[in-house]
Design a protein around this ligand. Structure first.
Ligand SMILES: Nc1c(/N=C/[C@H](O)[C@H](O)[C@H](O)COP(=O)(O)O)[nH]c(=O)[nH]c1=O
Ligand SMILES: Nc1c(N[C@@H]2O[C@H](COP(=O)(O)O)[C@@H](O)[C@H]2O)[nH]c(=O)[nH]c1=O
Ligand SMILES: [Zn+2]
Length: 362
């Protein structure tokens, strides 16, 4: 690993530590180095606040003159909620910029690099590009498609059951696997379930980690607005609850939820719920990632809509059996194997007694 990669690794580690908290912005890290000494470092912490380069350059101060800056993402060149980093880099007298990867945001996309080169800054790109890209696969998906990056999560027994014939499901997976799920809730902007899961499991859908954690927005797909008022998602205001209904739900039914500040009813333009329309609305509301925790009907709807970017299966060493016991993906099913979704497995890990399998559609 050469000098440039060493400092870029430090910048990447800083960016990785802010995963989930910068949405809808990417996670970015930056280090300023002069004569082999680190004189500034920083990461973007929250959308609307200073970018990583600004933190690092402020720490370096006058000594940035003639120094090298490392950034995990191409410095921005536009006025968003903050002024362009490329300009600040030029003004601070930096003589060399090492950039891991370009920013696919149409507002930047190569313009940041061009601004630096036009101002006489020496630029080197594609240092640890893959590691930097892996950091922001969610941001890249959202900024280019304006749809949230969708992760479908299921938890099932070895024989593929998510509950017994009476619907008992807690718990199939053990403590460690469930803790891992809460880690995903923490880094996601939204968690999404169907109204059947709300009625059956009365879930909270909050993030319960030992050290706390950020709660995702709780989204319920509920065509006929059957969500009970006395369910935790409505009674417990710890996180926003957005209920998506069809166009035929009458106004007085919607009015029952009005005095719950944290509850928002999103009424679609059609009688039935289209996954495409929901993702478009969530994307427009700056939701960059959605964690779909089912149940079976919702999982099938997302699968059929081809709206899944990542699948996470937790498999417990239990055998539940029963022709009628529910499985993770419901719906009408398919006749031909060629209609099944093809995935590639990207990670298999053991968590306590359970196995976690991450896969991505091909
Ligand atoms: N039944 C299991 C799961 N079941 C997940 C269901 O979505 C269930 O309704 C919610 O987890 C309940 O939400 P909350 O905990 O109240 O926030 N998920 C798991 O990872 N393992 C299992 O065994
Ligand atoms: N977070 C981040 C960047 N984010 C880029 O800037 C956009 C957000 O700009 P703004 O609205 O001003 O925060 C975001 O969509 C992405 O393209 N750029 C950087 O140089 N460094 C950073 O640390
Ligand atoms: Zn910037």
């Amino acid at each position: 690993m050469n000098q440039d990669e060493q400092y870029m690794k430090l910048a990447i580690q800083m960016a990785a530590s802010t995963k989930g908290q910068t949405a809808p912005n990417p996670s970015v890290g930056s280090v300023v180095v002069k004569n082999g000494e680190v004189i500034g470092m920083g990461a973007h912490l929250k959308a609307g606040e200073a970018h990583a380069e600004v933190h690092a350059l402020n720490m370096a101060g006058e000594r940035a003159q003639g120094a090298t800056i490392y950034v995990t993402l191409e410095p921005c060149s536009h006025y968003g909620k903050t002024p362009p980093c490329a300009e600040k880099i030029i003004q601070s007298g930096i003589s060399r910029a090492v950039v891991a990867t370009l920013d696919p945001n149409p507002k930047v996309a190569g313009r940041g690099i061009k601004m630096l080169e036009d101002a006489g800054v020496e630029v080197k790109t594609h240092v640890l590009k893959k590691e930097a890209d892996d950091l922001n696969e969610v941001f890249y998906h959202w900024i280019q498609s304006k749809r949230p990056f969708v992760t479908l999560k299921t938890a099932m027994s070895l024989d593929g059951k998510i509950a017994t014939t009476t619907g008992e499901s807690q718990w199939i997976t053990g403590e460690e696997a469930r803790r891992d799920v809460h880690q995903y809730r923490h880094i996601h902007d939204a968690i999404l379930v169907g109204v059947n899961t709300v009625i059956q499991d009365k879930p909270n859908l909050t993030t319960r980690l030992p050290h706390g954690g950020k709660h995702p927005i709780r989204v319920v797909l509920d065509t006929h607005l059957r969500t009970p008022i006395d369910t935790p998602l409505i009674q417990n205001p710890e996180a926003p609850t957005w209920i998506v209904t069809g166009s035929e739900v009458e106004k007085e039914k919607i009015d029952r939820f009005t005095h719950y500040e944290h509850v928002e009813i999103i009424q679609l333009s059609e009688p039935t719920i289209s996954i495409e329309e929901i993702l478009q609305q969530l994307g427009e509301k700056d939701v960059t990632s959605v964690f779909v925790e089912g149940g079976a009907k919702i999982n099938d709807a997302f699968l059929r809509a081809g709206a899944v970017q990542q699948v996470i299966n937790y498999v417990a060493p239990k055998l539940i059996g029963g022709q009628q016991s529910p499985t993770p993906i419901g719906g009408e099913g398919i006749a031909k194997l060629s209609e099944s979704m093809q995935l590639t497995i990207t990670e298999v890990t053991q968590l306590g007694e359970d196995v976690k399998i991450i896969s991505k559609p091909i």
